[in-house]
Design a protein around this ligand. Structure first.
Ligand code: ADP
Ligand code: TRP
Length: 321
């Protein structure tokens, strides 16, 4: 049975890009192996420097994940920081991590380009991520496309450790990326991302969601004129939620003219609202039971610790500690 592992950073509210790129595939994987998913609060600390905010984000991410169908009877859900052993493994990997490998990482280069202060934590972010993956002897890592490079770094580090300290010390993980969901577009047509401020969050109130959808950037083609469905983020998003027939209808209406973008946005809103109706109901149930999330995370941490202790013991021994 494969072991499946992934994490998500609680840096803000989870959005539709997170959902299709990572959460839904991860939830599907829980049927096919031993799945472990965690809230990457150590990683979130590279950008969130407010304790109350981090706690709230972390709790809400757990709630959203459970509402979307993560089933604690099938998958282990835990907080990254409940397994501090990963920080020790980070150090053990660091001593063999070439600087150049980290200097080439997109996430770090992008952060620099956006003008973020480059902390040591941000630079060594991929080493912590490698420790997350390797400490659970993971086979498969379901992530969005932007995390592929980090999984490749993880493989490089595992190979280097195995060459130095003995074949079989670490398993080599494989990323799992669904090609048609690699990049979900945001309100402005760029990749949907918290850092671009173009997200549609998962559990918005009805009015707020409508407002967001109506705010999708469009050109100024008049109502009567035909429109191009190919490059429209409205159609791109609609495809994620609507049936093939409804998508074909929207594309035909784009080409025919006589429909304004407002009309298409209303259809998109209705499809999103309906898609998340069951998850909204589950979310309300979980919220009504305050101890539930704590209990899920507590049990998750127990299992994660058990696995992490075994790996760390093996690695310490191999390295001479
Ligand atoms: P953000 O870019 O909003 O900060 P994260 O980097 O926290 O999102 O991403 C968490 C997970 O969701 C990752 O596996 C990432 O690949 C996936 N993901 C985020 N945005 C998208 C998107 N627009 N399309 C597909 N997957 C995405
Ligand atoms: N870096 C990932 C992100 O930004 C989150 C993450 C941390 C992760 N550790 C991981 C994902 C281990 C997969 C496996 O989305």
């Amino acid at each position: 049975m494969p072991r499946i592992l992934s994490g998500i950073k609680p840096t803000g509210r989870l959005h539709i890009g997170n959902y299709f790129g990572m959460m839904r595939p991860a939830i599907e994987w829980q049927e096919r192996g031993e799945a472990l998913y965690f809230l990457a609060d150590y990683h979130a600390l590279t950008t969130v420097h407010n304790a109350a905010q981090l706690r709230e984000n972390t709790r809400r991410a757990a709630l959203d994940f459970l509402a979307c169908g993560l089933d604690p009877a099938k998958a282990v859900l835990f907080k990254q920081s409940d397994v501090p052993q990963v920080t020790e493994l980070t150090w053990l990997l660091s001593v063999l991590t070439p600087m150049g490998l980290l200097e080439r990482c997109h996430a770090y280069k992008d952060a620099l380009a956006k003008g973020f202060a480059a902390s040591h934590g941000l630079f060594s972010y991929p080493v912590l991520m490698a420790a997350d993956i390797l400490i659970y002897d993971s086979d498969i890592v379901p992530v969005g496309k932007d995390q592929k490079q980090h999984v490749e770094v993880t493989r490089d580090l595992a190979i280097k450790m195995n060459e130095t300290y003995g074949a079989g010390l670490f398993k080599l993980p494989e990323p799992s990326i669904l090609p048609n969901l690699a990049t979900i577009p945001g309100l402005d047509g760029q990749k949907m991302s918290k850092s671009y401020g173009n997200t549609i969050e998962l559990f918005l109130e009805e009015k707020a969601l409508k407002k967001k959808i109506m705010g999708i950037v469009t050109d100024s083609t008049p109502v009567e004129a035909p429109k191009d469905p190919a490059n429209s983020s409205i159609v791109g998003l609609y495809r994620l939620f609507a049936s093939e027939a409804d998508v074909a209808q929207m594309e035909a209406d784009f080409r025919a003219g006589g429909f304004g973008y407002g009309d298409f946005k209303k259809r998109l809103f209705a499809a999103i609202w309906e898609h998340f109706a069951p998850a909204r109901a589950r979310r309300a149930e979980i919220e009504a039971n305050p101890g539930y999330i704590d209990e899920v995370l507590r049990k998750g941490a127990l299992r994660a610790n058990e696995l992490a202790n075994a790996t760390l013991g093996r690695v310490r021994n191999a390295m001479g500690l």
